[in-house]
Design a protein around this ligand. Structure first.
Ligand SMILES: *[C@@H]1O[C@H](CO)[C@@H](O)[C@H](O)[C@H]1NC(C)=O
Ligand SMILES: *[C@@H]1O[C@H](CO)[C@@H](O)[C@H](O)[C@H]1NC(C)=O
Length: 211
């Protein structure tokens, strides 16, 4: 009887416990070298599923594809001018449950193309946003939204697939993500998602069991 009550009381808490603005928060900050010329500070995003419901797994933020991010704040400090549109090679380090997917911009897993681990910033981030962040100064997310006419609700595409199989379905779990951007041969910024280069859940669904 008591066991039954515990189940009845805790199951809805697990399912409905993902509170908007509390559990679905993702923060991004510079990681590592504090002397790099661009520093990312307190960037905060809320994470949603494709139906715009807060996205969590066991009350921890969980990125799903397709889905949505809503950018709510943060700033980027740029200590001198750069041209990341001309040159902004971006390298990812991504691991899943301890296995490398991308290592310093190179694929370390045969189903993942190198182009997912290394790309030009301007091929991914709108040029209007690049123009703002590459200029010397402190840029708040609010300012970037206004000047780049940028929608703070960001639609996340469906997962990349390989031979018709959704990569995220195969590669779900605890991720560690670090992004490093160079410009004209110099590393200019490095940040982790989330802050502190700790685990980030991706692709989990409430039905998944995890140790
Ligand atoms: C940190 O970045 C600065 C500026 O780019 C560079 O001079 C320095 O060598 C870097 N330090 C380390 C430990 O990589
Ligand atoms: C911002 O993007 C979202 C998702 O694509 C869309 O629903 C919304 O209408 C857009 N808002 C504006 C002001 O364009």
């Amino acid at each position: 009887m008591l066991g039954f009550l515990v189940v009845v009381l805790t199951v809805p808490m697990m399912i409905f416990g993902c509170r908007d603005g509390k559990h679905n928060v993702l923060t991004i900050d510079s990681y590592g070298n504090k002397s790099l010329p661009i520093q990312v500070k307190n960037v905060k995003l809320l994470v949603y599923d494709h139906e715009m419901k807060p996205s969590c797994y066991k009350n921890k933020v969980n990125i799903v594809l397709p889905g949505y991010f809503v950018l709510v704040g943060g700033e980027i400090e740029t200590s001198r001018n750069f041209d990341v549109i001309k040159s902004g090679p971006t390298s990812l380090s991504v691991s899943l449950d301890g296995d490398n997917i991308c290592l310093e911009g190179k694929s370390d897993m045969f189903i993942v193309p190198n182009s997912l681990c290394h790309f030009e910033l301007a091929s991914f981030v709108p040029v209007e946003i690049c123009k703002i962040i590459q200029k010397k100064g402190t840029h708040t997310i609010k300012e970037i939204e206004e000047f780049a006419n940028f929608n703070s609700t960001i639609e996340l595409p469906p997962s990349p697939s390989f031979l018709g199989i959704s990569l995220l379905e195969v590669l779900k779990g605890d991720y560690r993500i670090k992004v490093s951007i160079a410009s004209e041969g110099e590393k200019i910024v490095e940040f982790s998602v989330p802050t502190g280069y700790v685990n980030l859940k991706m692709g989990m669904s409430e039905g998944d069991d995890e140790d």
